[in-house]
Design a binder for this molecule. Structure first.
Ligand code: MLT
Length: 409
């Protein structure tokens, strides 16, 4: 008899964005004449820029030719891309190419990284949180059971981020081993200043813990003193793994390319206290379970760093930043309490009249035919909040705000 991994039975409902998609599909089916505007999942709408498309075409042609054909590439990524990453994203931060692991998505990296950690590690997440960090730890048996009452897992340490603490999580009060941080934050769109992140790095050093730092949205940072990489923080190279993605930066949500940074100076420990390099473990895991990102896609990612590529991509980022402004200012004018949207493509609003997040979702869909993501789907502290993304078209962002303003909340 085949036995299942029963940890999966411990997961809540379906994956957040699948639930939202299902509800929207149902609404569309019943209201085929309504033009629904989707500002829910953070998926980009701008096409891939010409410099990147050109690189993809060129790489495709290379594959058609016996002299330039490529089969399996290095599991960790081609040197040309790893060198470009180090040179452009980590200049003067002391990161080396063999600390970069190119992959098909930061979501996969954040999910897969748990493979290299023991089951009895204590995990801390912010609340609300990108669901992947939590769900993958539930799947791998680190969460303990779910408490319906407080909507929390018994073995997970939740670090609330809300307006009361200005969206800056407090250090865990109990000792933890793995800390997930995502800044600019998904879903709240808020950021940590250097000195705030330094406290977490210090905590990790003191407690021999690790920080899993998701920097997928760093390109949207506009303010000073907000770190783009955790390696800007003293001591982080000893305690942090960073995840980056080309999805939101270069519009690769469909193309798929990302990377993780695992410094050779980051260690974990065996039960008997022996120090083990996490870079070595992750490399071992990668070579066994992954055969690398396609050559064409890695050439595309490389082209995002060319002068022309960078310029074209920045234009797209400015476009999304303008959307964020339109949405944020529009919501403020409509009387909403709004956070994020300045260093991030996410706008986090407080629902009016203490409405529950899902109630607001339904009303917004019904009355304005606009889709967003309910804050409670990201964790109990997200209840009463709601997320909109700036990744739609400008036309839709303007129209969504117009419709929201027309409703009497
Ligand atoms: C989101 O909407 O939170 C993101 O698009 C999800 C993801 O990047 O997987």
């Amino acid at each position: 008899m085949i036995h299942i991994n029963e940890n999966f039975l411990n997961l809540q409902d379906s994956y957040l964005f699948s639930t939202v998609a299902k509800k929207v599909a149902e609404f569309q089916k019943n209201n085929p004449d309504k033009k629904v505007i989707k500002l829910g999942i953070g998926d980009v709408t701008k096409p891939i820029v010409p410099a990147v498309i050109e690189a993809m075409h060129k790489a495709t042609d290379e594959l058609a030719n016996a002299e330039t054909f490529r089969g399996y590439g290095p599991e960790q990524g081609y040197d040309f891309l790893k060198n470009a990453i180090v040179e452009n994203d980590f200049k003067n931060l002391g990161i080396e190419p063999d600390e970069i692991f190119v992959s098909d998505g930061a979501k996969c990296d954040c999910g897969n990284i748990v493979d290299i950690f023991a089951q009895n590690n204590k995990v801390a997440i912010t609340d609300p949180v990108y669901p992947v960090y939590l769900d993958t730890n539930v799947m791998s048996g680190r969460s303990g059971s779910y408490n319906e009452k407080n909507q929390m897992y018994e073995n997970i340490v939740y670090m609330p981020v809300n307006k009361e603490n200005h969206f800056v999580p407090e250090l865990p009060k109990t000792k933890v081993d793995i800390i997930y941080l995502c800044f600019p934050n998904n879903p709240t769109g808020t950021v940590l200043k250097k000195e705030e992140l330094q406290k977490f790095v210090n905590y990790a050093k003191e407690n021999k813990a690790i920080i899993l730092f998701d920097a997928a949205y760093e390109v949207f940072i506009t303010e000073d003193n907000v770190p783009h990489s955790i390696y800007e923080i003293d001591g982080a190279k000893e305690v942090a793994i960073e995840f980056r993605s080309f999805s939101k930066t270069a519009g690769f949500t469909g193309v798929r390319c990302a990377y993780s940074v695992v410094p050779k100076t980051v260690y974990g420990y065996t039960a008997s206290g022996e120090k083990i390099s996490l870079n070595k473990l992750w490399n071992r895991r990668t070579t066994t379970k992954f055969n690398g990102v396609s050559y064409v896609v890695q050439r595309a990612a490389e082209a995002t760093y060319s002068q022309e590529g960078r310029k074209q991509i920045l234009e797209n980022i400015r476009y999304y930043q303008e959307n964020a402004k339109i949405i944020k200012n529009g919501l403020i004018e409509a009387g909403f309490e709004v956070y994020g949207g300045v260093n991030s493509p996410y706008i986090w609003l407080k629902t009016p009249h203490h409405m529950k997040s899902w109630e607001f979702f339904d009303e917004l869909l019904e009355k304005a035919n606009v889709v967003g993501t309910p804050g409670s789907g990201f964790g109990p502290s997200g209840e009463g909040y709601f997320r909109l993304t700036a990744f739609g078209t400008q036309e839709n962002s303007i129209e969504a705000i117009k419709r929201i303003k027309e409703i009497k909340w």
